[in-house]
Design a protein around this ligand. Structure first.
Ligand SMILES: [Zn+2]
Length: 220
């Protein structure tokens, strides 16, 4: 985890696992999911039958459908329709400050932050909204930030086959701000650099400057 006072560039390994594969076949019923919420309400010390909580299990089940809709998404599919005619454009494409909401797989607590994406097109470019959809497809699952970071970068590298991909994520983990060590304001910074962004310090620096350099701590 990045140290709050002196964030460092941490280059995530490419070999980060692809994460769990959805087990939709063994998916419990909605009634079972709602019953599980009732159990947690009792575990918290409350009475699921009191008026204010009576509809909560149904609401939580619906919220889960929204928060975890990424399991039904195909991130690579979003990039499949590319615009190949770039008329000689061979400079960096950067999408900065893509807000995301995810949930940590250790506590089911929200992870809220921003993703910055850069790539150096070879022949394929893609509509920018598609990159944001890729972020959401991975964010709307149970995650650890390092894996989500690598997944986004690897997905873009795999489908667009650019000369390089850079993905930086800055996020605050509510399992750390609202419980445990209670450290609000701590931002975790991770990055994955592939191809030209990994091999060429100048390319990497140009990208980091364009996104406000979160990994050097120079951002105001
Ligand atoms: Zn957590």
């Amino acid at each position: 985890m990045a140290n709050g006072s002196k964030p460092r560039l941490s280059v995530a390994k490419r070999a980060v696992s692809a994460g769990p594969s959805p087990q939709l076949g063994s998916r419990p019923s909605r009634a079972e999911a709602e019953e599980a919420v009732r159990t947690l309400l009792r575990w918290a010390g409350d009475d699921p039958q009191r008026e204010g909580l009576r509809d909560t299990p149904a609401r939580v089940a619906r919220a889960y459908e929204d928060w975890f809709s990424g399991y039904a998404d195909d991130p690579e599919g979003y990039l499949a329709r590319t615009f190949e005619e770039v008329h000689g454009y061979d400079e960096m494409v950067v999408l900065r400050d893509i807000r995301f909401e995810s949930h940590c797989e250790h506590h089911l607590a929200p992870i809220i932050g921003r993703v910055h994406i850069g790539y150096l097109p070879d022949s394929k470019v893609v509509g920018i909204s598609k990159l944001a959809r890729v972020v959401d497809a991975y964010a709307r699952r149970l995650q650890v930030q390092e894996r989500m970071n690598a997944q986004i970068a690897n997905c873009i590298q795999h489908v667009l086959e650019p000369k390089g991909v850079a993905v930086v994520i800055e996020a605050s983990h509510q399992c750390m701000t609202t419980r445990g060590v209670h450290k609000p304001g701590v931002v975790m910074v991770t990055s994955t650099m592939l191809g030209a962004f990994r091999e060429d310090a100048r390319t990497r620096r140009e990208f980091l400057n364009m996104i406000g350099n979160p990994v050097s701590g120079e951002r105001s």
